[in-house]
Design a protein around this ligand. Structure first.
Ligand code: PMP
Length: 812
């Protein structure tokens, strides 16, 4: 390491004399900042500007030769970097004795106009993209350059990153930061280090920090005009230049990943990035910042008053934890996206530089940044909340005491406006994972090709319906597509009424089937809840067969029969009043009612009674279908029953609004009574492409078995927690559809509503998203996107245990 006491100390006058004597340049000298050398700006009378550089006495001559050779090489291709000015003697480098008696190498470069990017605020997307472009141009120019001196062991080389952390990490004073960096180093070693050999190598600049990048141009049209300081040049990973530029550009950005993506986009447009480089890039960015913290910890004692060191370290300390909370795979997907490269799912990563077709197309069209939120991203969470209060209905509720502002999603993770990652253990709509690349692509491709309605022939709707019916028992074979679960239940009700010619329905207590007027009518959870007007006369409510707190409980061997008897009694009472039934509707595992599992035999008895009374049986599988419960693809299958109508929604579009109704031939035929059924958007081409992709992913990735494995693991862990903490009264469910019911007293079952709310909010603070439900809102619902892994399950269990241990009593 170059010691600071060897920094040359020439007077400004002496520098001006050297410039005249060695280079024949007569001008006014002004000192420029430099960490270890001495630099002077020289301005001639004619206005020409140069930089006289007096190197640190410990500087290696061969490295200065390498720098000059590189600058000459670059100058032949691009005009981004300073040019080397020859001396009067013909040599470019001279040796002079400094006032301290040491030998120093002196050289002269042309001066580049512009201000350091560190002094430009904010960094517009165009500027960041241009930065990427310029780094790409530089790397392309350097690809044909080499010099023996830059094949060196150098502490700023990313290749040495892990060693630097191991050597100096212990000097980091703050324990939290040190642990974070050690954790990163260990993850890096396991996940990234083995594939670094796939990265291309070449000579790189290796120090595109924001004081070495110069910017010019007017407001709003700023461009990178120069890149200086080749003192850290090294033969290393080619993508290292990009990683370093990104590392510093991300600092203190409200949306660091968007900034990084803008740079990547520009770079890739100039010098296409390989798949392997994309996969490694984010890790290398973090590695560079970790190295900076470690090397600063090592240098700080020698430079206690160095403002630059402390400013940049403060920024790194502010930003690094946010970056490390990001999933590197998510970052890679983001980079892949702006490069127009296909997602990593199902693609092998190559090691050659590739230019994708879509990149070539994009290069000629307007640049877009899909990563950026398509609204003003500068809003803080508080501003967004205030605006929402102004513009959105008050009873459109928000989750959590401190609402989360979510800007991106990837599989089972969500990311807020600061890039903080949340483990999503609650949302069942993104069934195959938030923004699953295959689903996104299916939608994008179809949207670019055709989106029209069911009035025209198209094969997608037929294939989708056929594939959907193949998952259902035989009599369920006619499909109707709509846009939501509510609409699907509405249609199911119309089908039941058309088939039976009757109006009355039996529903379960606490049930929820949708938000439309008629769905509120058949949803006791709504019409019996706050603001509700009770059930209309044609709706008859049977008790919820809840074995934990319902009328008949676990200890009652006849619970199923007793519960189904209530339905039989309702039917009998109706008959006595001369009323026949249109049907019965229930979720196969009631969710809003608190993740209830029916007692064995209950649904079969109810279905038999309803059919005997001429009614049809509707299974609302909006929440429970598509393999979620693990043991079966559809939840009704666990009870050995076959409904007459099945209603689908939420997960089947993975977030795209699709609802579906599948009925028997007979029921569909009754519905075909002369009145056309048309839903403008239901079954549109894009929805069908998306729906089909979701179903393909569920089946091909065998998410049902995965849900069973992870669900069983969760159930086991939750039951252990129940053994330990008395507040957990019941743990129930199947697969990735679980409920944890909290009670203040295991005898009285007094609901622990506030406690459930506290736990869910505390889990959110600790980065895990959950929700509550049940008639007392005391049931914690675990219903994650299906890719939720065993590791995620362990994290959830550990976090929940921590909260329980800190706040609640053990079982006596
Ligand atoms: N049925 C059930 C069981 C539901 O949970 C929901 C939504 N929570 C619906 C129907 C209504 O679906 P949507 O909100 O898509 O209209």
């Amino acid at each position: 390491m170059l010691l600071l006491e060897h920094t040359p100390r020439f007077e400004t006058k002496a520098a001006a004399l050297l410039a005249k004597k060695l280079y024949g340049i007569r001008g006014k000298a002004t000192p420029l900042p430099s960490e270890r050398d001495q630099n002077f700006l020289l301005e001639t009378e004619s206005g020409e500007k140069f930089v006289l550089k007096i190197a640190n006495a410990l500087e290696d001559r061969a490295l200065l030769d390498a720098q000059h050779a590189a600058l000459n090489h670059i100058a032949q291709q691009i005009s981004l970097c300073p040019r080397v000015v020859p001396g009067l003697s013909g040599e470019t480098i001279a040796t002079v004795e400094s006032p301290t008696g040491l030998q120093n190498f002196v050289r002269m470069l042309t001066y580049l106009p512009g201000v350091p990017v560190a002094e430009v605020h904010p960094h517009s997307p165009e500027l960041l993209c241009d930065l990427g472009r310029k780094i790409g141009q530089l790397d392309r120019a350097l690809a044909t350059f080499d010099h023996a001196a830059v094949h060196r062991n150098f502490h700023w080389d990313l290749v040495s990153g892990q060693n630097v952390i191991h050597e100096y990490g212990a000097l980091i004073a703050e324990a939290g930061l040190r642990d974070l960096i050690y954790k990163f180093a260990s993850d890096f070693e396991h996940n990234l280090a083995p594939s670094l050999s796939k990265l291309g190598t070449s000579v790189i600049h290796n120090d595109a920090n924001d004081y070495n990048i110069l910017v010019g141009g007017s407001d709003g049209h700023q461009r990178v005009t120069g890149l200086i300081d080749f003192g850290d040049m090294v033969y290393s990973f080619t993508v290292g230049d990009l990683a370093v530029a990104i590392a510093y550009a991300m600092l203190e950005k409200p949306d660091p990943l968007a900034a990084a993506a803008q740079i990547v986009e520009g770079y890739h447009a100039e010098y296409p990035i390989t798949e392997a480089e994309i996969d490694a890039l984010f890790g290398l960015v973090c590695l560079r910042l970790c190295m900076s913290v470690c090397l600063a910890a090592q240098q700080q004692p020698q430079r206690p008053d160095d403002d630059y060191l402390s400013i940049s370290q403060r920024s790194i300390r502010n930003t690094l934890p946010k970056l490390m909370a990001l999933d590197p795979r998510f970052a890679a997907e983001a980079f892949r996206d702006v490069c127009g490269l296909s997602s990593s799912y199902g693609t092998a990563s190559g090691s050659e530089r590739v230019v994708s077709k879509s990149f070539l197309q994009r290069a000629t069209t307007t640049r877009s940044l899909p990563l950026a939120v398509p609204v003003d991203v500068t809003r803080t969470r508080t501003e967004t909340l205030a605006e929402r209060r102004r513009w959105i209905g008050k009873n459109v509720s928000l989750a959590y005491k401190v609402p989360v502002k979510i800007e991106r999603g990837s599989m089972q993770y969500l990311y807020d406006e600061e890039g903080r990652q949340y483990l999503d253990a609650y949302n069942n709509v993104p069934h195959v994972g938030h923004c699953h690349p295959r689903v996104v692509k299916a939608g994008q491709d179809q949207m670019a090709l055709l989106n029209t309605n069911t009035r025209y022939l198209h094969d997608l709707i037929n294939r989708y319906a056929e594939k959907l019916c193949a998952t259902l028992p035989n009599p369920l074979s006619v499909c109707f597509f709509v846009n939501s679960g509510s609409e699907a239940n509405e249609l199911a009700l119309r089908l039941a009424r058309a088939h039976t010619g009757k109006r009355d329905m039996i529903v379960l207590e606490h049930a929820y089937h949708g938000n439309t007027t008629t769905m509120i009518d058949i949803s006791p959870y709504k019409h019996d809840g706050p603001g509700g007007a009770g059930a209309p006369s044609w709706v008859h409510t049977a008790p919820i067969p809840d074995l934990y707190r319902g009328l008949y409980r676990q200890d009652d061997a006849k619970a199923a029969e007793r519960y189904s008897q209530h339905v039989v009694e309702i039917i009998g009472a109706l008959r006595e009043s001369g009323i026949s039934l249109a049907g019965f509707i229930a979720e196969s595992f009631p969710s809003v009612a608190g993740q209830i599992v029916f007692p064995e035999g209950y649904l079969a008895e109810v279905y038999a009674a309803v059919r005997a009374a001429g009614g049809v049986c509707i299974a609302d599988e909006v929440q429970t279908g598509y393999g979620r419960i693990g043991t079966r693809f559809w939840a009704f299958e666990t009870y050995g029953v076959v409904p007459d109508i099945v209603v689908l929604g939420k997960p089947i579009g993975n977030g795209h609004p699709i609802g579906a109704v599948i009925a028997t031939h007979e029921i569909a035929a009754s519905f075909d009574n002369g009145m056309e059924f048309f839903s403008t958007f239901g079954g549109n081409t894009v929805s069908c492409a998306i729906g089909l992709a979701v179903l393909d992913v569920v089946l091909e990735e065998d998410l049902q078995s995965h849900a069973l494995q992870v669900g069983n693991h969760l159930l086991e862990g939750l039951r252990k927690l129940m053994d330990r903490y008395s507040i957990i009264g019941d743990v129930r469910g199947s697969g990735l559809f679980l409920g944890v019911e909290l009670v203040r007293d295991r005898e009285t079952l007094e609901p622990a509503t506030e406690e459930a709310d506290f736990i869910v909010n505390r889990m959110r603070e600790l980065g895990i998203l959950l929700g509550t439900d049940g008639s007392f809102h005391n049931v914690i619902k675990i219903r994650p996107p299906m890719p939720f892994s065993l590791n995620d399950a362990d994290l959830l269990l550990r976090t929940m245990q921590r909260i329980l241990e800190e706040n609640f009593a053990h079982v006596p």
